[in-house]
Design a binder for this molecule. Structure first.
Ligand SMILES: NC(=O)c1ccc[n+]([C@@H]2O[C@H](COP(=O)([O-])OP(=O)(O)OC[C@H]3O[C@@H](n4cnc5c(N)ncnc54)[C@H](OP(=O)(O)O)[C@@H]3O)[C@@H](O)[C@H]2O)c1
Length: 428
């Protein structure tokens, strides 16, 4: 009879509580699947949560002490935060010869490569399936299932809060602020929602995905991140008229020595599978050179889906299955740097609010052509001479730097009454 894998959990909130429940309720199934029991032996949080059965589990008031002194084989970090206590728990667990499982994308985006180096150096696992897209097994899909492929590109709806807000804006014709307030009231958005709506959370996840997909160090690139605050109901309406939906996407793409890694709202063709993924659901599409396109959809958050991913990692550890943390050993990661957003080449949606007067459209067209940008489609569906009207256009593929140059000129034109709104178009 094999000895059980002993597990200590740090943090017993949404994901920690879910993990404890899955370990208890699925104990028989888990044991059959990995050939040994996976047993919770220790736990730590600020307070023992009421209603969670911790019978027979050693309680630690301090998670770092637990990571050091527990006799567990694996420590699960579910506290959160990019630095501080979460980092100390992981470092202490690894230093004391324990495997680490975490759902903490912020921590991995900032310290993933170093933690992986320590883990691999000691023959330990650092596992993080739950950190990206919650219940969707995208890390395993990339690292194991698609291991025979050179990955070409990844597009992901990686933040359920943003997807929920954009979905309701589209379906109900509401403005961003109204839906955000409602989402906060319903518990779909935090009281401080900036991490989600400004794209930071998705950027942490895309940094992890890029590393696993392309075998490079994990790099959080804040300059390549734009959130959804500026998306308005009118843009969603025009996008629909043009045959697109607006989604916040995390994008990672590698072509030779060029690595793109960015997060921003995108116009996505309405026929693309990812365009139909609504509400709090997440989706990831992966293109590999032999497999072609793979689409994964599921719940990106919540106790059950996230704990499902955490426990899957524990099952791998119990079964002795281990891959290099980011697909290749840390000392073989390719130190390629993501290019800046200005290097993007693609099509753009542009909306201007202009005073409807003679010559304004010619001036806008002049600014675009002077910057080397050519217009693909153009329309202005309301006419009200002397008043503010929206003017919408899409461009042919062009360099983002050219687009930014054109926008600077356009923003300075007298009849252009609001900052131009630019949304990148992603083709699938
Ligand atoms: N929620 C999701 O659906 C989801 C999905 C994917 C990934 N994640 C990630 O999973 C992690 C946990 O998220 P969560 O939503 O479960 O957070 P949460 O509900 O806020 O739970 C955090 C837990 O950590 C405990 N804690 C806080 N400070 C601590 C300390 N100094 N020492 C020990 N325990 C401490 C809290 O204790 P008290 O309750 O006593 O304050 C609580 O039990 C985060 O990294 C998050 O990004 C979450």
């Amino acid at each position: 009879m094999s000895t059980p894998l002993k597990v200590a959990v740090a943090g017993l909130g949404t994901v920690g509580g879910g993990t404890v429940r899955v370990l208890r309720e699925q104990a028989g199934l888990i044991e059959k699947r990995c050939g040994r029991a996976v047993r919770l032996v220790a736990a730590s949080a600020l307070e023992p949560p009421p209603g969670l059965d911790l019978t027979g589990v050693q309680w630690f008031g301090d998670a770092v002490t637990m990571a050091r002194e527990t006799d567990a084989d694996a420590v699960v970090e579910l506290i959160g935060g990019a630095h501080g206590i979460a980092l100390k728990v992981c470092e202490t667990a690894l230093a004391n010869g324990r495997h680490v499982v975490t759902a903490n994308k912020a921590l991995l985006a900032h310290h993933g490569t170093e933690l992986a180096r320590v883990a691999e150096g000691r023959g330990l696992t650092l596992a993080f399936e739950a950190a990206v897209a919650g219940g969707i097994p995208v890390i395993k899909a990339l690292r194991e299932g698609l291991a025979a492929n050179r990955i070409v590109e990844i597009h992901g709806i990686l933040n359920g809060t943003c997807n929920y807000i954009l979905t309701r804006m589209r379906k109900e014709g509401l403005e961003f602020g109204a839906v955000l307030a409602d989402a906060q009231r319903l518990g779909y958005a935090e009281s401080d929602p900036s991490f989600d709506i400004d794209g930071i959370d998705a950027a942490h996840k895309v940094a992890i995905l890029a590393s696993v997909a392309f075998g490079c160090p994990v790099r959080f690139v804040p300059d390549n991140v734009e959130g959804i605050r500026h998306v308005s109901a009118v843009d969603i309406k025009y996008a629909e008229l043009l045959g697109y939906r607006i989604k916040l996407l995390g994008i990672a793409r590698r072509a030779g020595d060029i690595l793109e890694q960015r997060v921003h709202p995108c116009l996505v063709p309405e026929g693309a599978p990812i365009a139909t993924v609504d509400d709090v659901f997440n989706a990831v599409t992966i293109v590999g050179d032999f497999v072609d396109r793979v689409v994964l959809v599921g719940r990106g958050a919540g106790a059950g889906p996230t704990a499902s991913a955490v426990v899957a990692d524990l099952i791998d550890i119990a079964a002795g299955r281990r891959s290099p943390t980011f697909g290749v050993p840390v000392d073989q990661l390719d130190p390629i740097e993501p290019v800046p957003l200005t290097a993007r080449r693609g099509a753009y949606y542009l909306r201007l609010m202009v005073r409807d007067e003679v010559g304004v459209l010619a001036a806008v067209a002049g600014a675009l052509s002077q910057s080397g940008v050519s217009i693909a489609k153009f329309f202005q569906d309301e006419r009200a001479p002397g008043e503010k009207v929206p003017v919408v256009m899409t461009t042919h593929d062009t360099l983002e730097a050219s687009m930014q140059k054109a926008l600077e000129i356009i923003a300075g034109l007298g009849p252009v009454l609001e900052p131009p709104r630019l949304i990148r178009i992603e083709q699938f």
